[in-house]
Design a binder for this molecule. Structure first.
Ligand SMILES: [Zn+2]
Length: 383
């Protein structure tokens, strides 16, 4: 991602004008921004007001709230301008359509019981299949295109029917059908960053190296339980999150675990947190992602005594674009001397690796066979 631009407080120029205009369209800045002349555009400033508006937008969208417009925030700004009915939606292999209008369509299909998979705002094959099914059901030509006729049928029907959430049920059913044995399951482990991107560098440690080592410890333990484990990158690999998600999808994995450590300006900030796909805005989250995040969070906290920073919904690319439950663990703050000292300790990394593998096992165990948090040990799992 090094070639991508990042815009932040103090930046100026035409790109900043574009960001201001997008924020104005969304009602986060005064409306006159959208009609700025070209001379004014070159002088556009990323000021405190823009910083505040960007943070507000990131908060709404379950993105990292840092006030910086990087690739993900920029794409989210772009997607936010579409409302259902603005354009014809359809599946396109070469370039999947994405935007809020797609998410609105998915939400309506799901509410009526047509299983389009995740409400992720990306018009993929599952969305097309669900749309065709809907069209067939209401007597329209099932062409898989969401145009004027389909929209009319959608608005006529969707207000009257509010169903469950088939995706959440299907996800949970998949876990149940997969059975309790780890043997034969596939897990993708994603060591964050890599190559020229070292992630957080603080207290003599580099995030890319710490999570690489941890990923290998997790991989070894998973392999011992019969799991087919893949790492998204090699020791020197450099991949963006979209490429990592594509890799995970290509393996057909059951689960994705992404490993990171966090940073904060305040060295006192510390603790572990876990993230799964979800966006309140669209009233949707990954039920199994949430469950696994909770399990892994509780196992790590119980075994290490780290501060519990809880689990949260996010729309980060790796969580959004993977087709299977995915969880990102932020294992402490490298900027905190206490967390950093623990992360430097191979014994601590072993404890965390064990906690993660036990959480994987617990995800597949039926409730009656499950043991209390912190009680399962690896030798019991390798049967
Ligand atoms: Zn990271």
């Amino acid at each position: 991602m090094t070639s991508q631009r990042y815009y932040r407080l103090g930046d100026t120029g035409a790109a900043v004008a574009e960001i201001r205009a997008k924020l104005a369209t969304l009602g986060l800045l005064p409306a006159d921004e959208a009609t700025m002349g070209s001379a004014a555009m070159a002088d556009a400033v990323f000021d405190a007001q823009v910083d505040q508006a960007v943070r507000c937008f990131q908060q709404q969208r379950a993105l990292t709230v840092d006030g910086v417009v990087g690739p993900q925030t920029y794409r989210a700004l772009d997607e936010a301008r579409w409302k259902l009915g603005d354009r014809i939606l359809q599946y396109s292999v070469s370039h999947l359509m994405s935007g809020d209008d797609v998410a609105q369509l998915q939400r309506r299909l799901l509410d009526m019981g047509f299983d389009c998979g995740r409400v992720d705002g990306i018009f993929g094959k599952d969305t097309e299949r669900a749309l065709r099914e809907f069209q067939h059901n209401v007597g329209l030509a099932p062409d898989g295109q969401c145009g004027p006729r389909t929209l009319k049928a959608l608005s006529r029907l969707s207000r009257t029917v509010v169903g469950g959430e088939p995706y959440a049920m299907r996800e949970s059913e998949m876990i149940h059908q997969a059975g309790p044995s780890l043997h034969g399951k596939t897990v993708v482990i994603d060591p964050g960053h890599g190559g020229g991107d070292r992630g957080v560098v603080a207290n003599g440690l580099e995030e890319a190296a710490v999570v690489w080592d941890l990923a290998n410890r997790v991989e070894g333990r998973l392999a011992a339980t019969g799991v087919q484990a893949y790492l998204t990158r090699g020791v020197e690999g450099e991949l963006d999150e979209v490429a990592r998600a594509h890799f995970a999808n290509a393996t057909g994995a059951d689960l994705v675990i992404s490993l990171h450590v966090d940073r904060h300006r305040n060295p006192v900030a510390n603790g572990v947190a876990a993230y799964y796909y979800g966006n309140d805005r669209f009233g949707h989250h990954s039920a199994v992602g949430e469950k696994f995040a909770g399990l892994v969070q509780r196992e790590i906290v119980a075994r290490t005594g780290m501060l519990d920073c809880l689990t949260h919904e996010r729309t980060w690319d790796l969580l959004r674009r993977t087709r299977m439950p995915a969880v990102r663990i932020e294992l402490g703050y490298l900027t905190n001397p206490g967390d950093a000292a623990r992360l430097a300790d191979p014994g601590f990394r072993d404890t965390v690796a064990e906690a993660i593998v036990v959480a994987v096992q617990r995800l597949y165990l039926p409730p009656e066979d499950d043991a209390p948090t912190g009680m399962l040990h690896l030798p019991e799992l390798i049967k």
